[in-house]
Design a protein around this ligand. Structure first.
Ligand SMILES: [Zn+2]
Length: 233
């Protein structure tokens, strides 16, 4: 059974040091209870016993779901070297059919766990986000509309268009009987949501399957907005 490591962390509020549990290896097969703690982010939060501050500890963690043949490696900047990643990847070469991903931040780790849980494909989802951003910025629609609507409203200001293009869209969940997709994204200091029909996902699946260049590379691939946009330079 895997067990957590210990790490000394310092409270961001009162400065008190504290030994905390860090799960550098999160094996969902051995510890199914950790999955929810990843999904709500609490596995990376510790509460200071002195002042009650809830601190974030964004340590590197390899999430492994053996039943789903899925590994997602949360690698914050400068925590794991490329040599270490290559070494782990080499040890995994017998894991045929595994999906291997790397992410830089906890929000992206949570998103990946959520989307694979929902039976979705992250390459197709990045395509959906790209298309949705184009729709939001090009279709002259009020951004706060929860659902796509026909008709025209005044064009968005250029700075708003740019802000939406740059915003980190995250898959939030499938919604309703028709499996609409909900994305969340920050804009003007608050979180927004946008709902798209599942047929958009189907359309994007078609685009991806017709473009084999959009196949993730070997090893722990980084599949995000920048990766997707590299095909549309
Ligand atoms: Zn404290």
């Amino acid at each position: 059974m895997s067990t957590p490591n210990k790490m000394t962390a310092t409270c961001g509020n009162c400065g008190e040091p504290r030994d905390i549990d860090v799960w550098n290896g999160i094996n969902i097969g051995e510890h199914p209870e950790l999955k929810e703690q990843v999904k709500d982010g609490s596995l990376f939060v510790w509460e200071c016993p002195h002042c009650g501050e809830r601190n974030l500890a964004p340590y590197q963690a390899l999430y492994h779901d053996p039943a789903e043949h899925l590994m997602i490696w949360h690698i914050p900047e400068n925590t794991v070297t490329e040599e270490q990643i290559a070494s782990v990847t080499a040890q995994l070469k017998d894991l045929e059919g595994y999906v291997l991903r790397r992410v830089d931040d906890i929000g992206s780790l949570i998103e990946k766990v959520n989307l694979f849980d929902a039976g979705l494909d992250d390459v197709v989802l990045e395509m959906c986000k790209y298309v949705t951003k184009m729709e939001l910025t090009g279709a002259s629609r009020e951004v706060s509309d929860p659902a796509p609507v026909e008709g025209s409203s005044p064009p968005l200001a250029p700075e708003k268009t740019e802000a939406i293009r740059q915003a980190p869209f995250k898959f939030y969940k499938l919604d309703g009987p028709d499996n609409d997709l909900i994305f969340s994204y920050p804009l003007d200091g608050e979180m927004r949501g946008v709902k798209i029909g599942f047929q958009v996902y189907g359309d994007c699946q078609g685009i991806v399957s017709r473009n084999p260049v959009m196949t993730p590379g070997p090893g722990f691939a980084r599949i995000d907005a920048a990766w997707l946009e590299s095909f549309f330079g």
